[in-house]
Design a binder for this molecule. Sequence first.
Ligand code: SF4
Length: 364
Amino acid sequence: MSPSSPSISAIRRKVEARERISPADALLLWREATDEEMRSLASLVRARFHAPDACTYLLMRIINTTNVCVAQCDYCAFYALPGQQGGYVLTEAQIFAKIDELLALGGELAGFNGGFNPQLSLDFYCDLVRAIRARYGDRIELYAFTIAEFMYLADHASLSYADTAQRLKQAGVRWITGGGSEILTEDFRRRHSKFKYTVAQFFEAQAAIVAAGLRTTATMVIGFDETIDERIEHLDRTRRFQDEVGGQESFLCWNFKPWSTPLGAQLHNIEITPAEYLRHLALSRIFLDNIPRIRTSVLTQNERALEGLLYGADDFDLPIEDEVTQKAGATISLNFDRLLDVARALGFHPACRHVALEHSSTVL
Ligand code: SF4
């Protein structure tokens, strides 16, 4: 490793002293730090929260309730407009079959993610959660739903975010996760998802979710056409929300899969490299000093995601399905032993997180 430049040395001293880095520091790290320096700094912050060789994983699936959506994000290969051929809504029996398959494989987390479907009301989703809770009790935990869907359901029902959160909580929802955040700058949203709510609305909704006593997470997607400044703005907004409101129990970053999307066609279907993904993961770990769990994306990086454990991550999913990213080019391996062996070969001891048993705990 070449000697650190004077500025990088100053940032290293900050991190060693447990001082917070600024957005300007983050920009400088991104531009000037070597991969080895990023990895080393990320490991220093990781060690504040986790033993160096410890990591955890969740065996899970995303259940895509409906692909009918009016939001028309230009990075999406998943949706069908209302009335368009190929639109679907899963039946309760189909959802139960997916949960049964997950349980049989040893998984216990079902994340729900679907389109903004004008035919489906808040009551539909509440009834669905009640039916799942009645059938499975605490054998399964649900990430239901994403903040983006939550905002649409609130609008559709003409209810406040606070009232919507209470309705979902009464139905048995415990988690509403940060999905739908992509890049949290107003300009990015105007460029690519103008019907998917503003950044201000996103955080207003997340604050209502936390106030209702529901659990939540932070997410981010990189590799569209966003600038590094936009990435850092997203991280900065996330960190400030955590300071001011709290409640984000983890941060998961994955990368845009471009295939069959309008934006992907414009960008010639070029994805960011695994090296860029890992570098961003390290930057996130260094910057987000107030979020304990940083997650690396097996769904979009496959085996290379496990290297993220060396770049500040401490947790990952082993997914068995997510139609949204699969339609845009993600591939899924059910060879879990192979994936866990990759983590072991890197020096980690992966432990399964039993999320369904932890519903009453405050740490997940
Ligand atoms: S990303 Fe989600 S909200 Fe956007 S068009 Fe696709 S399904 Fe709809």
